[in-house]
Write a protein that binds this ligand. Structure first.
Ligand SMILES: Cc1ncc(COP(=O)(O)O)c(C=O)c1O
Length: 325
């Protein structure tokens, strides 16, 4: 990937175009079965541009309660676009059409829903996959209310792999879809937003308002092209390694792994505070994220071998073995 970055053919993407970025955008649009794609430095920026395109100030977007849009984007929908997020409580991170239907509002003496946004896979729910039937039902619901559907597909690649379908099958349900290259695909930065050409033409200006116009963006796009060629097909290895970690810890006295769909394993703690558990594990060489007062997140990715996973699970077993005592 470093070599691909070094050798990238570049231009000026703010002025008259960068050839490597153009190639990536064309490839991603084709791969996801959409008319056009636009490259962004981050998934957050691409998500926010999508919300701007699909909503209007003074309206609501229906989104899952623990989605990245809800919890991790600094209330940007409100701060930037004057839009309120109307959250959906789900038992497992999967927004079904039935749950969403109850949250859509027509705008008589209350705010009007302008869009629906769904995260697939769902990060905070442990890389949970919304399957094709769920996505199709959401799209049908959106259509029946004449609402656009945005897919936060930072890990759409993992969802498609888990479902054994091409990414296009999942992406077809979105009016717009964001995909990220800096998660399991292992790039230093980069995301794309795909959708109809007319929408993405407007997206260029909004991206620029947010400071996302990049000149020799080909050095980043080259990494993303490399990742599509070399790292996409291997995501199943990460999923298999997440299964190994979960299985190795399934009978543990202190931690209960949430059975993983993809490359994320959530560990629920019985007695220990998550901060304290993460501190003990870091001291023993295992880095985990804190995802709640009693929840830790493990992620497998291309820099983590099966041996690493086995060693990490053994360390967790040992270090958290005595729980809070
Ligand atoms: C589901 C989801 N959406 C969007 C993002 C934002 O991506 P970025 O970190 O590139 O802004 C993330 C990042 O973790 C994510 O998990």
């Amino acid at each position: 990937m470093r070599a691909a970055i070094a050798e990238a053919e570049v231009g000026d993407d703010v002025l008259d175009g960068d050839p490597t970025t153009r190639r990536l955008e064309a490839d991603v649009a084709r791969l996801l079965g959409h008319e056009a794609a636009l490259f962004f430095p981050t998934g957050t920026q691409a998500n926010q541009v999508a919300l701007s395109l699909l909503s209007e100030p003074g309206t609501e977007i229906v989104v899952e309660e623990c989605a990245h849009l809800t919890d991790c984007e600094e209330a940007a929908a409100a701060a930037l676009w004057g839009v309120q997020l109307r959250t959906v409580k789900t038992p497992d991170g999967v927004m079904t059409a039935d749950l969403v239907r109850e949250r859509i509002r027509q705008g008589r003496f209350c705010p009007r829903t302008s869009a629906i946004a769904v995260e697939n896979t769902h990060n905070a729910a442990g890389g949970k996959v919304a399957d094709l039937e769920t996505m199709a039902a959401l799209r049908q619901l959106a259509d029946s209310h004449e609402l656009p559907l945005h897919i936060d597909g930072a890990r759409l690649w993992n969802a498609a792999h888990a479902l054994g379908c091409p990414p296009e099958r999942l992406a077809q349900f979105g009016t717009t879809v964001m995909v990220s290259f800096s998660k399991g695909l292992g790039c230093p930065a980069g995301a794309c937003l795909v959708g109809p050409e007319s929408l993405l033409e407007r997206a260029v200006a909004i991206r620029r308002q947010l400071g996302g116009g990049m000149r020799q963006s080909g050095i980043l796009a080259a990494a993303c092209l490399f990742a599509l060629e070399h790292n996409l097909a291997r995501l199943g290895e990460d999923h298999a390694r997440a299964q190994i970690a979960a299985r190795m810890l399934e009978h543990h006295a202190e931690v209960t792994p949430v059975p993983p769909d993809t490359n994320i394993v959530m560990l629920d703690l019985r007695t220990l505070a998550a901060d304290e558990a993460a501190r003990r594990l870091a001291a023993a060489g295992v880095l985990v994220s804190v995802f709640g007062p009693r929840r830790l997140r493990l992620v497998t990715h291309l820099c983590v071998s099966e041996q690493d996973v086995r060693e990490a699970a053994q360390t967790i077993d040992h270090v958290l073995g005595e729980g809070g005592s």
